[in-house]
Design a protein around this ligand. Sequence first.
Ligand code: PLP
Length: 425
Amino acid sequence: MEYKIDTKSVQAGYSPKNGEPRVIPIVQSTTFKYESSEAMGKLFDLEASGYFYTRLQNPTNDYVAAKIAAMEGGVGAMLTSSGQAASFFSVFNICTAGDHAVASAAIYGGTFNLFSVTMKKMGIEFTFVSPDASEEELNAAFRENTKVVFAETLSNPALQVLDIEKFAKVAHAHGVPLIVDNTFPTPVNCRPFEFGADIVTHSTTKYMDGHASSVGGVIVDSGNFDWTKYPEKFGCLIEPDESYHGISYTERFGKLAYITKATAQLMRDLGSIQAPQHAFLINNGLESLPLRMKKHCENAMAVAEYLQKNDKIEWVNYPGLKGNAYYELAQKYMPNGTCGVVSFGVKGGREAATRFMDSLKLAAIVTHVADARTCVLHPASTTHRQLSDEQLRECGVSPDLIRFSCGIENAEDIIADIEQALNNI
Ligand code: PLP
């Protein structure tokens, strides 16, 4: 039976047998014991499945990954040590030096740096497009060697809603998968696979953990992309992998080819596994995720409506507000709500913004976003400070943008805090 998302968030991924722990156990062990070298050898050749070293796989992580895969509607998932590692691995799993990728410019500043600076040094070149690009504009960004399209469902911090179906259609017409970072809406509010995305990534550090206690990431595979249709592009999944005695991932693992390669090859060689302790904490967060997302969205809507009426505010951006440029797309892809983040500008520019932020008492200035406690940030001088003014504009981040992340406190208290801070401008 296919359970609803709020049942999956509590129950999916782990089914204890008779006498086993009811709660996902933390398997705090780097290694796993075997009776013979031969039995262990089979694991090294991917001939048998099982655990041997936590740098590649650990049962706690796998229970939690299986839960997230179920919530997203995918066939398999892999936890990573951070959202950054998830973004990197998701692309690097199918791209190599000399390849090209298309990415939405409206993505988290850290991902933009990863793609435009660090991965460029590795020989992988990105072309950035507007999330609002027409099909023609998207088509124009593709090259002979394009291997993937990457975008965020709800961009951090500009809150631009991706037209997932349009991006998936164009990516598929060029024979490449669409990877979507679904961190802000979470699978509770948006399930990109239902609209044609092929791979989903998350910074689990955000709403999934929800308590700002552990950094982590996840990659989820829908199993829907047929790699074998494009052997000239995805030989890395089809042709024999010499580092595993010549197995072909698509032949051996079918729909799980992509996620198995990410685990067996990238995790083996690059590390970056999530600590089992963190996986345990993220699972605690997942259990209450549907309840928290509802409250985050209610609070954000109340704050956005309050800000919209306040004459000290220059502009407000929340896709749940009627009249917002992304309202219709948000209704289509996230009908139950978007997320708890509202962005806005105060009249008086940067100086007024700083005075406003410094006057807040309940909302804390932190780099973080998307957890139970209300927090606030000025991206242009923090998370996005490496970006030029032009890059900032491309990402949809104006210099006066304040990112306000509504927690799950009482909305009246959050609004009262904003009001007293605005009175100090
Ligand atoms: N993706 C999005 C949308 C993010 O907001 C972030 C971090 O803010 C990341 C990825 C990177 O995640 P992490 O900080 O867990 O490495």
